[in-house]
Design a binder for this molecule. Sequence first.
Ligand SMILES: Nc1ncnc2c1ncn2[C@@H]1O[C@H](COP(=O)(O)OP(=O)(O)OP(=O)(O)O)[C@@H](O)[C@H]1O
Length: 211
Amino acid sequence: MPSADPSAIILEARGLCFLREDEPVFGPLDFALRAGEIALVEGDNGSGKTTLMRVLTGMLRPGEGEVRLDGATFSLDTMAGAVVFLGHQLGLKLDLSPRENLRVSSGLYGQREGADADLALAEVGLSGFEDEPVRRLSAGQKKRAALARLLIVPARVWLLDEPYANLDREGIALVNRLLEGHAQRGGAALVTSHGAVRFAGGEPRRIRLHA
Ligand SMILES: Nc1ncnc2c1ncn2[C@@H]1O[C@H](COP(=O)(O)OP(=O)(O)OP(=O)(O)O)[C@@H](O)[C@H]1O
């Protein structure tokens, strides 16, 4: 990951809209996320927070406007490996263990220099559960297993849809710790949350969606 250059825009949306049956779900939306920045995406139920995340990963095509990564127009090629999405569906293979799931993730998205699966699992509080099939883990432990992926893959942009859901107070602090470390390494993140979020670094940037 490059060192943090606070002036470098990593992810940018310009006049971004998503249309469903010609009706806008959100937008037009403009924002620029720089290295080391974390922004909270806010909006009422149904305002399009999850849809925005899906557009930014390339799973959905924007109706209008564009997404830029490092100044280049979005394409699945430029996003691959640079962006990681953690959504309501955690993307875990239930028959595999947390350790095996991390191996699958690094096979698909690459591995950050110096990343270590067991250290990542210890950091998210899953020591002793490394080899347990994921289906036997609690909802909070499953969430932690998915969060460990963030410590393994090299992506500079994290898109986290409701990362605090199913987590206790300690888990919420863990998410904040992961975000803080990511920002310090020069990464950027967009986070949605229904609850109040307290980032250790103070008030987060806010991107507001209107239903
Ligand atoms: N697959 C779909 N087909 C049709 N409409 C959909 C689909 N997914 C979402 N929608 C609609 O698109 C709008 C935006 O949904 P989205 O899930 O992005 O909102 P959200 O802000 O994430 O909501 P919440 O806060 O409730 O999670 C809503 O009106 C929703 O009903």
